[in-house]
Design a binder for this molecule. Sequence first.
Ligand code: CO
Length: 138
Amino acid sequence: MNLDHIGIAVRNLAESVRAYAALVGADPAAVHTTEVPQEKVRIAELRLGGVEIELMEPLAEDSPISGFLDKRGEGIHHLCYRVEDAEALFTSLRANGVRTLSDEVRRVRGYAYFFVHPKDACGVLTEFKQPLEPSNDG
Ligand code: CO
């Protein structure tokens, strides 16, 4: 299991990409930006070595990121680990009483993923994601 990305909640994605890219010496033009309507967020990914920094801006007032920003302000939102079998991990964690944010593994953008509640992860919202073969992307 490897760290895949660190999610950071921001209010203004364009401003944050410029500022953060300058901070870590990344080329803002190489930053990949995409919308994830299922999670009501727009994200920008800055690759640093083997880890990505995922800046996340809410797309709607009822986005989970809007709630986070209102309550906590900008900052680290979640850590994500890359796994080989998200379904198997989901099943075994739930069998051990670990609380997840969804009742099933979700699929989007070529990934299967789920989140573990911060109360069962040392206070840190924790995501697990498994890259899917393009043919399995649903
Ligand atoms: Co994430």
